[in-house]
Design a protein around this ligand. Structure first.
Ligand code: BES
Ligand code: ZN
Length: 458
């Protein structure tokens, strides 16, 4: 494995070119008309996996966007690592806030700027190039399978059925994912938890048409006012969510683990500066680390209704809507949260108003034990290339299929990510530092090495 740094040095320009080729394919999964583009991204990855040394690499159709499956089986007696990633990206808007085109990757200040530069094309490519190295230098210590989907950013639904139908094909010992963050290369952290999610769209409807705000104003419930009122009532002044039953299944974390998680030296001032706010807000009596990692949340992701164009138009809107995401923690269940939220909203009984609630997608939270051999193999790999022991982090983000992987395929998931919190994923000017990209490629082969060593001793 000691030749990896040299291999990267020799091939770094080509690695970047190959990644840029994938980034140029605008594989936005939310765009239903995007079939050709999604297929082009699949073909690109399939071909790259073949070139990198897979024995088999194919595009498999699903009820949704296609999946790429590839493998290299060295020997059936050896352990198998299943690598998961996603080729889909979030929509690039608002477009006018990008300093360069979202799907034209460029390097500025030692960072790659583009939609998908980090999430997840850049990180997925670290996996592909680490694999290429292991095959090229004949250092692959175990079997490898790849499972790369195109619906992660819209809730990962087709892949659930795919996993259920392909349990044998996907059988392995551990799942390896690079789609999370590290605090920094100097202060490495390893993600041991992801939050779950429950995503809703709610629509509040009143009169059958928009009304003159003078002729009717003050005489009926205005759907936009009602929506604002409902939303403001969902969180109290202490930052707690008010939906009855919402916290019922939240599992308390033991003090020792909470203390360990709070040891991560996050720079709150730098974080505030990076996002341009003067202060944080969140649930009372919890630190920023707690609020992100171990506490559930509720947020409006979008809100609309009535007149929003230039100038003034005096109306009472007939309806108003909002998109709401809740991030969940163990052991909250998205289905139970859906029931609690619906019965709360539908029980409001506001005269002249009807409320429709649509559950768009959900996924469970995930936690992998810090002392498991899977996680420790990753800690050792990072120590090898970064020179320090990583600290554990429970991330605020979600990768909805991860909890299902463990349930359906019965394997632990290792979250070996190299993105930074400041990479602006899902935002304009998404970026990924070149150093993180190359360090990721350097570290992954060590995970293969240490994990295989652990398995041999078992
Ligand atoms: N890579 C992210 C998730 C992530 C980022 C986890 C940073 C931990 C640290 C992933 O692609 C993502 O954005 N997931 C979505 C899932 C949702 C659409 C169901 C998310 O968290 O919003
Ligand atoms: Zn994402």
């Amino acid at each position: 494995m000691d030749t990896i740094a040299g291999y990267i040095e020799k091939h770094k320009e080509r690695f970047l070119d190959e990644l840029f080729g994938l980034i140029r394919i605008p594989s936005v999964s939310a765009d239903k008309e995007n079939g050709h583009v999604m297929m082009a991204a699949c073909e690109y990855i399939r071909d790259n996996l073949l070139k990198s040394g897979a024995d088999r690499s194919e595009i498999m159709l699903t009820q949704g966007w296609p999946i790429i499956y590839a493998e290299k089986i060295v020997h059936t007696s050896l352990p198998t690592i299943l690598v998961y990633g996603h080729y889909d990206v979030q929509p690039p808007d608002p477009l006018d806030e990008w300093e360069s085109e979202p799907f034209v990757p460029v390097v500025r200040d030692e960072k790659i700027y583009a939609r998908g530069a980090d999430d997840d094309k850049g990180q997925l490519f670290m996996q592909l190039k680490a694999f290429e190295y292991l095959v090229a230098e004949q250092k692959l210590p175990c079997n490898v399978k790849f499972l790369i989907e195109g619906e992660e950013e819209i809730g990962s639904s087709a892949i659930i059925t795919f996993c259920k139908q392909n349990v044998r094909l996907l059988s392995a010992d551990v799942i390896l994912v690079s789609d999370t963050t590290i605090l920094s290369l100097n202060n490495p952290t390893l993600t041991v938890g992801l939050r779950g999610i429950a995503y809703f769209e709610i629509t509040v409807t009143g009169p059958k048409r928009d009304l003159h705000s003078g002729l009717y104003g003050g005489t009926i419930h205005n759907p936009a006012n009602v929506l604002a009122d409902i939303i403001s009532g969902l969180i109290d002044k202490d930052g707690r969510i008010t939906i009855p039953g919402f916290y019922d299944s939240v599992k308390e974390i033991d003090t020792e683990e909470r203390t360990l998680l709070n040891n991560v030296p996050i720079d709150e001032e730098a974080l505030k500066n990076n996002i341009g706010i003067s202060d944080f807000f969140g649930e009372k009596d919890f630190s920023v680390i707690d609020r992100l990692g171990i506490r559930p949340t509720l947020d409006v992701c979008g809100i609309w209704g009535g007149y929003i164009n230039e100038g003034a138009k005096t109306i009472l809107p007939a309806k108003a809507s909002a998109k709401i995401s809740m991030r969940l923690v163990p052991d909250q269940d998205p289905g139970e949260i859906e029931n609690s939220f619906k019965s709360y909203l539908l029980g409001l009984n506001i005269p002249g108003i009807s409320i429709a609630v649509n559950f768009l997608h959900g996924g469970n939270a995930y936690v992998v034990p810090w002392h498991s051999c899977e996680v420790q193999a990753a800690v050792m790999a990072m120590e090898k290339t970064l020179g320090k022991k990583a600290l554990p982090v429970r991330s605020g983000g979600s990768i909805p299929i991860v909890a299902d992987f463990e349930k359906i395929l019965g394997m632990k998931v290792v979250l070996l990510g190299f993105g930074l919190e400041t990479d602006a994923i899902h935002s304009p000017n998404e970026n990924f530092p070149l150093n993180n990209f190359y360090k990721g490629i350097e570290t992954i082969p060590w995970f293969y090495h240490f994990y295989t060593e652990f398995k041999k001793k078992m």
